[in-house]
Design a protein around this ligand. Structure first.
Ligand SMILES: Cc1cc2nc3c(=O)[nH]c(=O)nc-3n(C[C@H](O)[C@H](O)[C@H](O)COP(=O)(O)OP(=O)(O)OC[C@H]3O[C@@H](n4cnc5c(N)ncnc54)[C@H](O)[C@@H]3O)c2cc1C
Length: 297
């Protein structure tokens, strides 16, 4: 399998910020996946699992970046009137959304409009408009860091708001999801959500979605706006004029700009409201001396 060296990462994230990866691999099957993980362990360098990079801001990774894009494929079965979907981790989530529209499936269509991979969505427990991907999850097949393929049922795993046991437990290889058909046509609600996203989110600019998680009982966007951060710019990076919780890259923004702006926003919100915002976005960089560890876990 081809291992690339010194690969620029910028174009692998939706916000288009990235340093370089010392090593980079795109395994195409389970055997190669195991090999890549082993390699990072043998060389004692940090490992980062990259899905579609839509929740990630990357600096220099003096380790190994493992991209899941080639672990892709969907299979669909009818079971007791429901649809059982098996999706490899690198499959774009939008393929499941397309299926939902075609088959008029309940709920999952609400996760339209963000460029996740299935593995990234499960690992983040992605959610929107009152649904989370874990609502549809039946099983996860993951490769443990000891190299064993494990099948876990949804009930054995803890999912909450943007919180899951992954990638701490291992790398998600395949997700099994189950969907019911809706009695009502879903298309008008699908179009309504599409319109809301277009109007309220800067989807035409490089962004990584929500920067901070919503604190309990409030919205990070509201607090950021009240603290004067809506539209606030630091060199090439800004909190969007459309949605205060979305960072947008206005040109050639860097990892350190992202880190500085995020820290500044946290300080301002804390000073104004006494609330400590927690990052939803994964800010990842590493030095070689970090040794083997899973970044972002
Ligand atoms: C315009 C826009 C709108 C968005 N709106 C929403 C929204 O409404 N709701 C929402 O929840 N998110 C939203 N997001 C954020 C983002 O799309 C989601 O968090 C998405 O689930 C990330 O998937 P990804 O494949 O891009 O993950 P990445 O960014 O590549 O990775 C995210 C994390 O998951 C881990 N990971 C990835 N693949 C695996 C795997 N196979 N096994 C184990 N760990 C893995 C990574 O190591 C990292 O820690 C939005 C983003 C954008 C750009």
């Amino acid at each position: 399998m081809l291992l690339e060296k010194n690969l620029p990462l910028k174009n692998l994230t939706s916000i288009k910020i990235g340093g370089r990866a010392l090593y980079y691999a795109e395994p195409k099957d389970l055997k190669e996946l195991k090999e890549v993980i082993k390699l990072s362990q043998v060389r004692d360098i940090p490992l980062f699992i990259l899905g579609n990079g839509s929740n990630t801001i990357l600096g220099d990774i003096k380790g190994l970046v493992l991209h899941t894009k080639n672990l892709s494929g969907l299979s669909v079965q009818q079971k007791n009137g429901k649809l059982r979907v098996e999706a490899l981790s690198g499959t774009p989530l939008k393929e499941i959304i397309k299926l939902a529209v075609k088959e008029n499936l309940k709920g999952i269509y609400k996760l339209l409009g963000f460029p996740a991979s299935v593995g990234g969505a499960v690992s983040m427990n992605a959610g929107a408009f009152g649904v989370e991907i874990s609502d549809f999850l039946k099983e996860v097949y993951f490769l443990s860091w000891e190299g064993e393929l494990i099948k876990a049922s949804r009930k054995e795993l803890e999912f909450s708001y943007r919180k899951t046991p992954f990638p701490k437990l291992g790398i998600i290889y395949k997700a099994v999801l189950e969907f019911e058909r809706s009695c009502e046509p879903i298309l008008s609600d699908y179009n309504r959500i599409r319109k809301v996203r277009k109007e309220k989110q800067p989807i035409n600019l490089p962004t990584s979605g929500s920067t901070f998680k919503n604190p309990e009982g409030d919205y990070a966007g509201r607090l950021l706006e009240k603290a004067g951060l809506k539209g606030f710019r630091l060199r090439e990076l800004a909190f969007s004029e459309k949605h205060a919780n979305f960072l947008v890259n206005l040109g050639n923004a860097s990892f350190s700009e992202a880190r500085d702006l995020i820290n500044l926003a946290k300080e301002k919100v804390y000073d104004a409201f006494g609330v400590i915002l927690k990052e939803e976005v994964k800010l990842i960089e590493s030095s070689r001396s970090d040794g083997w560890k899973v970044l972002g876990a």
